[in-house]
Design a protein around this ligand. Structure first.
Ligand SMILES: NC(=O)c1ccc[n+]([C@@H]2O[C@H](COP(=O)([O-])OP(=O)(O)OC[C@H]3O[C@@H](n4cnc5c(N)ncnc54)[C@H](OP(=O)(O)O)[C@@H]3O)[C@@H](O)[C@H]2O)c1
Length: 314
């Protein structure tokens, strides 16, 4: 591939490391065609840490040599590469205390947790939040963020990862292979749902009246369809897909919404501060060489990753 062209408000980043996400596999497999209609050929990869080698004419916040990290915006992704052009508004200075590989593990999951717990969930001190799959990429970050916000955190994991999620601050840990979370958790203010439809349905019942469930694993709803400016037939599909869960939520007097995280340099800058001050730490599973990117994707597709998987590029 040739080096990407820069727009006036873009920075060119020489990529040192790229985080690997299930979103990459899902887009590759065509699961996201309705939401993100990419035209082939294109480069996958949604997380980057690297060094700015060039800035566009209107760039104000960054200069050549800055060490940065980002989740580039949809339709401008492509971090499984040596260079990427990213809008400066989507970039933040990399946390000083992290390696490039550690920094590349943060943006997509960090922003997902931020947008779910803070922006949409408005999670407050003293509230109770249930974060599913605490040992995964999103879960390991979300537990730490929720504890920082002063919430009581419940999570699910298998026996092998119980100590890990406890070390991140989880207060109530449920071994999902042994126990049914629905029988243990009651009166929760917020659920971050990342699993299948059955788990989603059960999760509605652990909420207190007026509580919120934010799902990052679907089904997409009509508000989301509007947000992305989807055509009428996509809006209709999303209304139908989410109608069952919306009805069940209404019956229980709880609120359901779908979140698809977005690039956001300002929020990432706040995440940098939390990492610089040691409040949030990356949880890394494995680093693969660039030539083994396919193997890195297969590894996360196993569903067993403990924290994040990253590809080292430079
Ligand atoms: N909408 C969005 O903006 C958005 C953003 C990020 C992610 N997502 C989606 O959210 C989901 C999670 O993403 P991720 O990156 O965190 O995944 P991940 O890192 O691949 O998750 C792996 C972890 O999930 C745990 N796990 C697997 N099955 C479980 C179950 N039934 N109950 C509890 N834990 C379970 C595993 O622990 P054990 O080995 O102990 O089972 C493993 O540690 C994916 O579907 C992803 O595509 C959506």
């Amino acid at each position: 591939m040739s080096t990407p062209e820069l727009r006036d408000n873009d920075v060119l980043v020489q990529i040192h490391a790229a985080g690997v996400n299930l979103l990459d596999s899902k887009i590759r497999d065509g699961e996201f065609k309705l939401i993100l209609p990419y035209k082939t050929p294109f480069v996958l990869g949604h997380d980057v840490a690297g060094v700015i080698t060039k800035v566009g004419a209107r760039v104000q916040q960054f200069k050549v040599g800055d060490e940065v990290y980002a989740r580039p915006a949809d339709h401008r992704v492509g971090t499984f590469a040596e260079f990427i052009a990213i809008k400066e508004a989507d970039v933040a200075i990399k946390p000083k205390n992290l390696t490039m590989e550690e920094a590349a593990s943060i943006p997509l999951v960090g922003l997902t947790a931020w947008q779910a717990l803070i922006e949409k969930g408005n999670l407050k001190k003293g509230q109770k939040v249930f974060i599913q799959a605490g040992s995964g990429g999103v879960g390991t970050f979300a537990i730490q963020l929720a504890k920082h916000l002063g919430a009581t955190v419940a999570t699910t994991t298998s026996a092998a990862n119980i100590e890990l999620v406890k070390s991140l601050g989880a207060d109530v840990v449920i071994d999902y292979k042994k126990d049914d979370f629905e029988k243990i958790l009651h009166g929760y203010d917020l659920v971050l749902n990342s699993q299948d439809g059955k788990t989603l349905e059960k999760s509605l019942r652990v909420l207190k009246p007026g509580g919120k469930l934010i799902s990052i694993s679907g089904p997409p709803d009509t508000d989301f369809a509007k947000e992305i400016g989807a055509p009428w037939f996509v809006k209709l599909i999303m209304r139908l897909l989410s109608s069952g869960v919306r009805k069940k939520a209404k019956r229980l007097n709880v609120h359901f919404s779908f979140l698809f995280m977005k690039a956001n340099g300002d929020q990432l800058e706040k995440i940098t501060s939390l990492i610089n001050s040691g409040i949030i730490k990356p949880v890394m599973d494995r680093v693969f060489p660039f030539g083994s990117t396919k193997e890195a994707l297969s590894y996360i597709e196993s569903g067993r990753a403990k924290g994040k998987v990253v590809v080292k590029i430079k």
